[in-house]
Write a protein that binds this ligand. Structure first.
Ligand code: URA
Length: 443
């Protein structure tokens, strides 16, 4: 077999066999296929796509390039959720303790933020002392004892994805549905889970800018998960404006703490409870060895109300405190969020007009937060955990020049003007309120 022939075959739109894909991945990992040939292959996939069979085979090869965690000695159902990335998306940090309070185990391996999107790991690391680089033994111990743990990607999990993703990042081949699906699913399937709920974001702040692509990505990932024995469903949610009231690591953790104590803005609550209800249902399907069906509304409502009870009784908050403690963070932070570092400067951001906010572009809000120091332009950049944006108003709210639409939190002044321009360029106002958009678009 020759890499040249495989690249040519994909370039011309033909389907590759599992053996051909296996040859490509194995030889690439061993250094026998150089980056320039793999880059050409990735570009061929970008243009020609992949069949379901190819995508499943590629995922399996990436998964088996590393180890797959084994939690079979833990009898409770193990279910994770994964979001395809957004702005202000802090749902994992609320959902994992909430599910643990329901006796569902959540072994979560999460990522860092890049560009305008945030990452769960950066958010958690704003808690003083908090560690996400636990050994697999500690990870497993926390899942057994507390019910969940959240760690960063290790070298043992899907190393082929790590190498391929770095290459995609510099060859403009990230935005390919089969490559995104295989990359995400190879890491999630390595977690040793029985069920998975995917939050596929669509809109200005998401990878997928239109609903057709979001549906295609969702179907591709669901198909991979189910064909590999993990009960998988996907929820498509709106990411045109930031989720909740904060964007930026420490600020988002403070919002999570307040959410776990029962105070959540409506949009965040809707996404958390919907994903949580589906996680609970998927866990039941795992336990009962049943197939997944589309849930009737009254069943979803029942799950949501059980979840709200666990928040109101303080059970989810208690799990969060145990988790922070077990991952070497200061658990006092949950009771006194002021312990989480705050920025030295704040600036009120105003709009010189009055009217209804018709649009608040999530990508621009994410870019502005990144310029304030909350995110990374390049993978190796450090983030400022205290920087970010508090949104006083969101789409649909009425605003006048007397009230700030947002408060910027920052330490470094150098990009404040640019951040303000970028943020404000994403806001449109008008005399008529916008139509209310559903945040849960499809299941
Ligand atoms: N997240 C991933 O893990 N992989 C991708 O390809 C895109 C987003």
């Amino acid at each position: 077999m020759r890499a040249y022939d495989i690249i040519k075959k994909k370039r011309d739109g033909a389907e590759l066999s599992k053996e051909e894909l296996s040859f490509l991945i194995t030889e690439y990992l061993s250094g026998k296929i150089p980056d320039y040939q793999m880059s050409a292959f990735l570009m061929a996939v970008y243009f020609s796509g992949m069949t379901d069979a190819e995508t499943i085979a590629l995922t399996g090869l990436m998964l088996s390039s590393g180890s797959r965690l084994d939690f079979s000695d833990i009898s409770a159902p193990k279910v994770d959720k994964h979001s395809t990335g957004g702005v202000g998306d802090k749902t994992s940090i609320i959902l994992a303790p909430l599910m643990a309070a329901m006796n569902i185990k959540v072994p979560m391996i999460a990522g860092r933020g890049l560009g305008h999107t945030g990452g769960t790991i950066d958010k958690l690391e704003s808690i003083p002392g908090f560690r996400t680089d636990l050994s697999i033994k500690e990870f497993k111990g926390n899942i057994k004892d507390i019910g969940f743990s959240i760690i960063s990607q290790t070298d043992e999990i899907a190393p082929a994805d790590k190498k391929l993703y770095s290459l995609r990042d510099v060859t403009a081949t990230v935005e390919s549905i089969p490559l995104i699906a295989a990359s995400i699913m190879s890491k999630k399937l390595a977690e040793g889970i029985g069920g998975l709920v995917l939050d596929v974001k669509v809109g200005k702040g998401a990878f997928m800018k239109n609903i057709n692509d979001a549906r295609k990505l969702a179907r591709t990932m669901v198909n991979i998960g189910n064909s590999m024995g993990v009960k998988t469903i996907a929820i498509i949610t709106d990411m045109n404006q930031p989720l909740g009231q904060t964007v930026g690591n420490g600020l988002e953790i403070k919002e999570c703490i307040s959410a776990l104590r029962g105070k959540m803005p409506d949009d965040l609550k809707e996404v958390v409870l919907t994903l949580g209800a589906w996680m609970a249902y998927v866990a039941d399907c795992v336990t009962e060895e049943a197939g997944i069906a589309k849930l009737p509304e009254h069943v979803l409502i029942k799950y949501k109300s059980e979840l709200m009870d666990l928040i109101e009784k303080g059970d989810a908050f208690k799990k969060f405190v145990e988790f922070v403690d077990a991952q070497h963070g200061n658990p006092e932070a949950a009771f006194k969020p002021d312990i989480i570092p705050s920025a030295s400067k704040v600036k009120e951001i105003r709009i010189p007009a009055k009217g209804y906010i018709r649009e608040m572009d999530a990508e621009k809000a994410g870019m502005a937060a990144m310029l304030l120091g909350a995110g990374r332009q390049h993978k190796e950049d450090r983030v400022d955990h205290s920087a970010g944006i508090v949104l006083n108003k969101k789409t649909g709210d009425y605003i006048t020049p007397d009230e700030p639409v947002a408060i910027f939190h920052y330490n470094d002044e150098t990009k404040i003007k640019e951040a303000e321009e970028v943020f404000l360029s994403g806001i449109r106002t008008g005399e008529i309120p916008p139509d209310r958009k559903q945040i849960i678009i499809d299941v």
